[in-house]
Design a protein around this ligand. Sequence first.
Ligand code: P1T
Length: 388
Amino acid sequence: MKKNTKKPAAFETRAIHVGGEPDPTTGAIMPPIFQTSTYVQSSPGEHKGYEYSRTHNPTRSRLEECLASLEGADQCLVTSSGLAATSLIMHALPHGSRVLCGDDVYGGTYRAFTKVFQDMHKFEFADTTDLKSLAAKIQKFKPALVWIETPTNPMLKISDIAAIVKLAKKVKAKVVVDNTFMSPYFQKPLSLGADIVMHSMTKYINGHSDVVGGALMLDNGPFCDKLRFLQNAVGPCLAPFDSWLILRGIKTLAVRMEATGKNAMKVAEYLEKHKKVVSVVYPGLKSHPQHGLAKKQASGFSGMITFFVKGGLKESRKFLESVELFALAESLGGVESLVEHPAIMTHASVPANIRKELGIHDNLIRLSVGIEHIDDLIADLDQAFAKI
Ligand code: P1T
């Protein structure tokens, strides 16, 4: 994208054009996929900026440029999965660091912190929606890093990013926000003071359920340099074709997020009135405990809904086996609607007693609302409820 205009281009425009410049050698409007592992040098050490694709790849560089722009960061590093991005941060921290993590996070993140990195760092978990107790915990534990997901997966709790940054700064802790559920279209944690944004690009950023990938966005500095070093030294790099697919998916990020948000609001309102539903959790509903905060720190509520169906596992199973348009599958953020059972599926790696404390009961169902026609989505939910 030419950089001679005074006013920075809007999000929608940057999503299409940053990193999307036509190929300079052929004029191809779509960037080529540099499906190569290595690059020819004219003399040892003399090359065109690319040596080996674990270190650099032109297709991957384009994706990183686009994502840095959308999230408002100096830099972006893309990785082979969301968990690979999380792992890079863990490797970048000095050994023995203290990490304070939100109590309700993706099951795989919880598993990584408690079953992979637990000997490298010291982890504690806290309800990051309760600022008073969080302030005390931060003062006592003195973490080097505070890790939050907002909204959380799967309970959709909202944490006050700016307030947590203030608390973290008092003990010089960095704040990482897993922004997967919102995408940079609805929420920009760096603008609220966070140090690093992490994404599972597998979800909204790519949006088409055909790639697994992760991303870290942050500003220039020693921590960024360390992550770049580790991206090459540890090796969780994203393949050129996957980078290209995500670059393609991002072009429609704004319209997809608008559509998913609109559909989700209608589905949430429908569920809230349904007699076979005990309660609905959706940040866009006035009944959500942090609805006001959600409105203040983000520009939309995204497409994730959780609800408690009347009954227990039997009723949940019946509902999940009966949906026809909603697909019963892990993951989220694609154009197609998905439904899942957190206790058995995405959060099975969280111990049962902790699941219970968090409210991840057998009658909890999670929806990722896609961008199909709303009437078809409601009709599908209706017929599935009728089968219970
Ligand atoms: O699956 P992967 O790309 O490695 O991303 C992990 C991850 C990180 N953070 C959040 C908030 C996530 O939701 C995920 C992955 N989540 C699912 C697969 C899921 O169904 O919730």
